[in-house]
Design a protein around this ligand. Sequence first.
Ligand SMILES: [Fe+2]
Length: 678
Amino acid sequence: MTRSTRPTYVLGTGLSHDGSACLIKDGRICVAIEKERITRRKHDGGNDSDAVSYCLQAEGITIDDVAAVVQNDNFSMLVGADDWYRGPRVVKGTNVPLVSISHHLAHAYSAIGASPFDEAAVLIIDGCGNAYDDCIDLEGCTLPETPPEKLGHLFFEKDSYYRYEQGRLRPVYKDFSEGGYVLKQYPLRPSSTMHSIGGMYLAASTYVFAGFEDPGKLMGLAPYGRPGQHDFPIFDLKDGRVFVRYDWMERFTRPARNKTAFKERFQEHADFAWWVQREVERAILYVVNHRYEVAPSDNLVYAGGVALNAVANRLIRTQTRFKNLFIQPAAGDNGLAVGCAYYGWLEVLKQERVKATGPSASGRHYRRDEVEAAVKQHGELLKEEPVEDVSRRTAELLADGKVVGWFQGSSELGPRALGHRSILADPRLPQMRDFINSKVKFREDFRPFAPSVLREDCSTYFDCDYDSPYMILVAPVRPEWRSRLPSVVHQDNSARIQTVTEEVSPAYYRLLKDFKAVTGISVLLNTSFNRKGMPIVETPADAIRFFLGCALDALVLEDRIFFKTAMEAAVDLPLDKLLLERLKPALERNAEEARTLGGVYELRLSGVRTFTLDLSRPQPTVYEGSGTPDVVLALSESDFQRLYNDPSEAMALFGEGKISASGDLQRALLLNRIFRMS
Ligand SMILES: [Fe+2]
């Protein structure tokens, strides 16, 4: 093959919820990003221009430098789908070929592209893929049931099984389910499909947690449940297929409407979570074992949202006939862009597969001057400690009980922080879990934390002698270590582990080595660098802002360590200081941008104090008292601080009924951008 010296690029783009874009360069991923990391809106999807532009700019190319664009759009048959892409798209209006592929096929290529195997079975299980009519992978495939004529647009992918051999992917078995929107009488109903495992899991999670935030929370809650509280089957398993039963569903009529309701009925919800988790494991194992019989292989490659169930993954690892298991870390819809890009390379351009090796982080790199600019913006609040060896110093801080924000290189793709955008702590300290949950991540107290461990030491602490680089496999903690690593051991004595190698994460590997040198153990508590309802931090500025708004002790930005100058964290600032001494000067500094946003905003805080943000004046300002507001927002002082520290919390606060608003509500959405100026 002759090749020009110019690299060949393929762009993949996912247009589902959890949108993403991915650029492949000569067969390898060079940059990939989830849309939510850029827009700071959790699960953001739809229009892909933000994510696509991020990728192109990171590589310094334009869309015309790309050989092909491949997209997945699983909303094409929905009413109003055109609105989903509101706004112009970078990939439209060019001469670059644009190819659409169906949902499970995109998941499948995402897993194959990243996997180490030359030959494998590929399994996709999620909540809802494309409609039957939109699937391009039906030919030669076993379909246990085909939709009635002219109703193919009402049946959706729920699981798909493929064989990958000799460089090509071949569909083997695909199952579909009718949509679930006819089941409105059940508060606990899968809203997407009637009979998918992922749909049922999401329905249960939404029932318990009052919203679509992170279905994985149910997995964390399950160990607090008691066995034997429920004994009905959630699923019927027959002929290799999974069906949700509806004869038990009318028993569940009390979904948690808010956090208080969840807390009040904690044990009831935990018992239910325990049962759902067991039943989901039963269904997954049934599907995996059946598909193995249909087309066996030693190697299983696995993706789709259900593949994020780390507890079930351990069972696939230990209780099925597949010998080796690879799970795509961005297993949910945030990985669709990766699959689209690999499809473009392998199937549109017909190029040879280049096996993935090395780091799995794929965000763009932030230059030193960009870090410095972000630091300067908050200069008065940050104190830098000059250090020779940042890794060693961080290890010492951790051993001293400090909680550290760890920002290194490119961001990870997918829901897990793997040592690039992480919050780290000493796992030996029992108070760490409550402290980080309540003071750093502002989330429920039952949420567990996971350990990172040097790969070579893994079996010292855990019953695990295999790689688990993506924190999506649990393993039992060895009895002698259970009481010594209290903050990362689940209620059931398991842990969701990340094995760390020098090849994949050199800086993080070195930190674990240094921590071992200081403490004698090579395990760290590792949780994602975000808080409840917030996307993981992406930029240095995001990291600094987060650091200043919570109880983190130190922030490591690449090779520099920062502390707070005093108790300056915004979370603790009195209102006067926050609004008049921080926001007001920030608006003055950014007067032009503030004037462009415009408007007069009245904040009534705890029914006691009123402040006005007036951006309609030539010199935008903040003052105490009322003006002539375009919009009035009433909320408590503490909720205002929450909103100020993380403007992306606005929708959550509205959803929880904690903000009441009147006037021009469109304007209220601009507060997000106003607060970001400070
Ligand atoms: Fe999916």
